[in-house]
Ligand binder design. Sequence first.
Ligand code: NAP
Length: 271
Amino acid sequence: MEGACIAKVVASKHPNYRADELYMMMGSWQDYVILDPGVKKEGFSAIKIPRGVPPYVFLTLGTDLAAIIGMLDIGRIKKGDKVLISGAAGATGSVAGQIAKARGASVVVGIAGGPYKKSLLTSQFGFDEGIDYKNENVQSRISEIFGSSGVDVYFDNVGGKMLDDVLGNMAKFGRVILCGQISQYNNKETDSVEMKHITDIIAKDISMRGFLGMNHLTNPFIILYWIYLFATGKLKHVIDSRNNFDNLPDCFVGLFHGVNTGKLIVENDLS
Ligand SMILES: NC(=O)c1ccc[n+]([C@@H]2O[C@H](COP(=O)([O-])OP(=O)(O)OC[C@H]3O[C@@H](n4cnc5c(N)ncnc54)[C@H](OP(=O)(O)O)[C@@H]3O)[C@@H](O)[C@H]2O)c1
């Protein structure tokens, strides 16, 4: 299994890499690895983490950039938009809400599972309202909050029935940002979801677009905007840190059951 990780150099025969330096890279679920620093993994070389910068920043970078690219490039968010975000208490969704606020959205609403996550949306991440999809009727809560004018921008991390429920409540010329479909990744071919509101896409002139963050990194504004938000303290992260790589499989599967709040990371102390 591979993913973004931070690794410490234990020993090096390369003049540019020294023991105890930290690097962010695409890595596997393993305790030790022998690396040729010239070799790229998934298109990325290892990036040295400067002293004084908290290492977690380099792990939240990917999901932060997905939130920024989604809101700005794909959703073309503008001042006054009414915004809805699913998976809102997770790594990507919690930042997407903050980006929407920073860009002048008039209302930002998040959907998350359970009363604790719902309360966190307003108390920690600056959302105006939360919807607890495990205990509330999503469709009626959306129409209660957004009224007949509907949702201008929907940032979708979940897909499936939740996406269909939101499609039925979109505004004319609304934009749907397909960032993720976490409710659908483990579906078998036979687990089809009935999409009742597809015709709303035509009737309301809605645009719906998916994206992969890594395909949009050539836009320098995205990185500069992230640096600006980070440097001015405008981004708030909740880091959900677990111990021991032996727990990696459980933590990974847990993402599909909502065990995490904010960015889930697993630390392995080999000392
Ligand atoms: N397009 C891109 O470039 C890009 C980049 C990064 C991530 N993503 C996507 O963005 C989404 C979020 O990723 P993340 O890394 O930030 O994870 P995350 O949101 O930190 O964690 C996943 C969260 O999804 C929610 N969830 C899981 N199963 C669900 C279901 N059946 N229905 C509703 N909610 C469910 C859970 O929260 P609750 O407790 O609220 O259910 C869980 O905590 C994923 O779909 C991921 O694939 C896309």
